[in-house]
Design a protein around this ligand. Structure first.
Ligand code: GLN
Length: 232
């Protein structure tokens, strides 16, 4: 008994896909971003330490399945399919899909994805949103391992459009003003979605993290982190 020393805290292993600014990206060799700040604050509130590794998207899910990872934190949208295999925290961010396109491409809305080459990050809700318009397994969709590779393909002209999460598309355009990449203005083309922290099915940590997240909503800490990254 007595005061808890930091070395007594359990270190939880976290996987992410760090080409997803502003949620997670590499900055001077370290994973940083909104998700990183939020996860650190949540873990601290819950009494844990976290070790965040840029595993990549597929390896993150594989690591959760095999329980080599305790947590996945990568702007992961909570959906019914994923809930069959993983547990999610309470939602922590509202998002939706957005279309980015190379200047000169004629596109005003989701329906215009038809007949265009579309880039997506493999296994993401951007892929599912694009497939809902142009058809599952459509040969017009190219799937990339990371969001960075998807944007590269858009920039080089390998694809004419890309479908990804709204904040990530806007951040890319902001950080690459000379790229000739634009976003389709109306953000209401696709359904709202909600991010959650991912745990292996039956994880004993979910409850502690839910409690801690709710505490951060109540005590203003969530708002503080939100403002740091999104400014309003
Ligand atoms: N939110 C999207 C999803 O869960 C994309 C996440 C990501 O690319 N990191 O599929």
């Amino acid at each position: 008994a007595g005061k808890e020393k930091s070395e007594d805290k359990k270190v939880l292993q976290v996987g992410t896909e760090a080409t997803f600014a502003p949620f997670e990206f590499m900055d001077k060799g370290k994973v940083s971003g909104f998700d990183v700040d939020l996860l650190n604050a949540t873990a601290e509130e819950a009494g844990y330490e976290v070790n965040i590794e840029n595993t990549g998207w597929d390896a993150m899910f594989a690591g959760l399945q095999s329980k080599q990872l305790d947590i996945g934190m990568a702007g992961v949208t909570i959906n019914d399919e994923r809930k069959k295999s993983y547990d999610f925290s309470v939602p922590y961010f509202e998002s939706t899909s957005m279309i980015a396109f190379k200047e000169g491409t004629k596109i005003k809305g989701a329906e215009d994805l038809k007949g265009k080459k579309v880039g997506v990050q493999n296994g993401t809700t951007g892929q599912f949103a694009a497939e809902a318009v142009v058809g599952k397994n459509s040969s017009s969709i190219s799937k990339y391992e990371t969001a960075a590779l998807m944007f590269q393909a858009l920039q080089s002209g390998d694809v004419e459009t890309a479908v990804t999460d709204i904040a990530v598309a806007l951040e890319y355009v902001k950080n690459n003003p000379d790229s000739g990449i634009k976003t389709v203005g109306d953000d209401k083309q696709f359904k709202p979605e909600y991010y959650g922290i991912v745990f292996p099915k039956g994880s004993k940590y979910k409850e502690d993290f839910d409690k801690a997240l709710n505490e951060l909503y109540d005590n203003g800490k969530y708002t503080e982190i939100y403002k740091k990254w999104f400014g309003k």
